[in-house]
Structure formats: C-alpha cells, structure tokens
Write a protein that binds this ligand. Structure first.
Ligand code: PGA
Ligand code: ZN
Length: 397
C-alpha cells in the first residue's frame, strides 16, 4: 500500500515552477517523479495548472484517495483513481502536472517495491527486441527560440545505429559539427530552450547545414544518419494559412507540396506536425503521398489521446504518433495510446517537453512499451539525464 505522498514545487529547465511527487510504500518502496511542461502545447492537451494550485488541489483530493487505499504496484488502479478524483476530461480538477508527477512517482515506487527496473515494471515481460532510436533536436526556432528558424526542430535521426549508445553519441556529434559549421559561416551560435542551436538563419539554410552535418557524421561513423523535422505547424497556422517569417505564406495545399518536396529532396525519415492540429484531412493527404517513405507523426494532432488517435487511424491521417505522458496525464493513458498505435501499424515516438527536469521516466517508458523512437534532445543536462539512462538500460538488458 501507498503510505505517503509528498508534493513540492521544483524548478524546470526554463526556470519555471513545476510539480514533483514522492511516493512511499509500506514495504519501503520509494519513487520520485516530476512533471515537464510544453511551450508549443496542443490545443487539446490535458491542462496544467499553476504549480502551487495543482499541488493544493492534489493534496486535497488525490492524496487522501491514494494513501492507505491503493497498491503502488497496481499502476492501473493508481491512474484510475487520479481520473476519478479529478472528475474532468482534461485533468483541470487536480492539474495534469500533479497527475503525471504522481503517476510517475507511483510507478517508480511500485517498481522499487517489486525489485524491478522501471522499464520492466511498465512493460510487463520485457518485449525488448527493439530499443528506441533517439531523435536529437540539433537546430530549431519556432516557439523555442526568438530570431531563429520558422521550423521548430531539425532532428538528427541515426536510423542505422547499431545500438542506443552509438545513436546517442552520433546525435551529439551532429550537434557539435553543426556548431562548427555555424562558426565557419560566422553565424551567431545561439541556443534554444532544449539546447539545440538556434541561429538567425532561414529554413533553407538550416536544411543545408543539417544535411551536411548528418551526412558527414554518417560517413565518419559508418551507419545511416537521416534527419527529420518537428514543424509544430499549428503554431504557424493563422486564418487558413501557414505563416513563414521572411518568406511567402503557404496555403494548406502549398504546405503539403512543400513538405512532400522536402521529404524527397532530403530523404527525411520523420516529419512531425507538418499541418494544423485540427486538420486530420490534410494530414491524410500528405501521409497518402509520402507515408511509404517517411514517418508522418502527430503530436499536437493527437495529444496522446486514444480517441483522437482512433480518429486519425480511421482517416489515415498519419503513420506515427508522439507520446507525451503529461499531454494526457497518466502513464496508463500513454501506454494505451502506444498500444492502440501498435495494433494499427502506427509508430510511436515517446517524447520529452521543451521544459524538462532530470526525471528519466520516459526513457523507461520507451523501452518498456517497445516504442521505436524517443525524442529527448541531444546535449542539455535535463536531456542527457534521459539519454544516459537509455545507455544504462541498454547495458542492463
Ligand atoms: P513543447 O514542444 O514541449 O514546447 O510542446 C515539443 C514538441 O512540440 O514536440
Ligand atoms: Zn511536436
């Protein structure tokens, strides 16, 4: 049984307050989890409350319903209880930040009580013939940096790496090489929220630099390194058009053409949120055109919600989904989205948020649920916390 839950305010990587939870069990199990926070959040995400308010609400409603009542090893019961006491569709009762922090802390306490690594506790019997390929944010702008690219993230994708460890180091090498290329060009090497370069250049130039760096590092290491994008296009979408600063705006048809052309020109492995978060039909058109050779991933489109994912499956909107536990509020909901995807040929990428902490739960979730990809940055400390955990897990298995 859970015997104690403590909630507190801690810092996230942007210096904002976020919720940390600690769960203790009667058999001496202990777990700690902290909520991340997005900047380019989807319109349909579960709702984060100000940290102080989320803590107050969860202390009043969630803590008494869990302490002395629920077993920390029963993740479904914990997450069902969080939904029950919250009583809303979007966790606006106790805050998705309190919910996800408690869900993750309880999972760790449950794993600790069972004497299992977290990935094994989350995955049941480990399905691990597959480790996730890390997608590494190396250049970006959008909502994550001022005066930088329109496209939010350019992602190194070491799809041919023989191990997670080699993939993690490959992404770091691509990041470093891009830093050198920017210096050679005399472009200020600013950084965005996640530690990716955020230089004041246009998207065209960023494509060229990322293509050059991934090609060079691939040649050096002897395995394939592709790249991809998170366009976060909902943030660009205004009055029926995609707004590009320094370029002409694009209509939906032009946006589809543009993305399809870039997929072919650069042989990209992955494109996230290329279209508006409510345009399931335009997503389907693009997936129809290029889905045989690249992953079209829905992040703001699905917000890790199985109902929205089912809609996308019915309409053929994408062949990939981004999984962010805090978008939906609990680990059980996140696993449900991964499983519904897997049953329908939809490739999951488990993801961090732009505002993060040193919490490493998503590394365990990606391995435990056998997600083919994980997106958790490249070099900043709150990102390397997860990447280094992946390296440790790989050694354990
Ligand atoms: P966010 O961005 O965490 O700021 O929402 C990450 C993403 O869009 O994937
Ligand atoms: Zn995204």
């Amino acid at each position: 049984l859970i015997t104690d839950i403590t909630l507190r305010r801690i810092l996230d990587s942007r210096g904002n307050a976020t919720v940390e939870a600690e769960v203790t069990t009667e058999d001496g199990g202990f777990g700690r989890g902290a909520a991340p926070s997005g900047a380019s959040t989807g319109e349909h995400e579960a709702l984060e409350l100000p940290a102080e308010e989320a803590i107050e609400k969860a202390e009043a409603d969630a803590v008494p319903a869990l302490v002395g009542e629920v077993d920390a090893t029963d993740q479904r019961a914990i997450d069902d209880t969080l939904h029950e006491v919250d009583g809303t569709d979007d966790f606006s009762g106790i805050g998705a930040n309190s919910a996800v922090a408690i869900s993750m802390a309880a999972a760790k306490a449950g794993a600790d009580e069972l004497g299992l690594p977290l990935f094994q506790h989350l995955g049941g019997t480990f399905r691990g013939d597959q480790f996730p390929t890390p997608l590494g944010n190396v250049v970006g702008g959008g909502e994550h940096a001022e005066e930088a690219t329109n496209i939010q993230e350019f992602l190194s994708a070491p799809v041919g790496a023989p191990s997670v460890t080699e993939a993690v180091f490959a992404n770091a090498q691509v990041h470093a090489r891009i830093g050198e290329l920017l210096e050679e060009k005399g472009v200020p090497a600013n950084k965005g929220d996640e530690g990716a370069w955020a230089p004041p250049i246009g998207d065209d130039e960023a494509f060229e630099i990322v293509d050059q760096a991934t090609t060079e590092v691939s040649d050096d290491l002897g395995f394939e390194i592709s790249f991809g994008l998170d366009m976060a296009a909902a943030e660009m979408y205004e009055d029926g058009e995609y707004v590009y600063e320094g370029e002409a705006n694009r209509s939906t048809a032009e946006q589809i053409d543009y993305v399809a052309e870039m997929v072919d020109e650069y042989d990209m492995a992955y494109v996230e949120d290329p279209l508006d978060e409510n345009d399931f039909e335009a997503f389907a058109e693009l997936t129809d055109r290029v889905g045989d050779r690249t992953l079209i991933c829905g992040d703001d489109l699905y917000v890790t919600n199985v109902e929205r994912l089912q809609d996308g499956i019915d309409k053929g909107s994408s062949n990939s989904i981004l999984i962010k536990p805090n978008q939906i509020g609990t680990l059980s909901d996140a696993v449900d989205a991964i499983e519904l995807g897997a049953e329908n040929g939809i490739v999951s990428a488990v993801s961090h948020r732009s505002g993060e902490t040193e919490d490493t739960t998503i590394a365990h979730l990606a391995v435990g649920a056998a997600a083919p990809y994980i997106k958790t940055g490249t070099v900043a400390g709150e990102r390397t916390a997860k990447l280094n955990e992946l390296i440790r897990i790989e050694e354990q298995v």
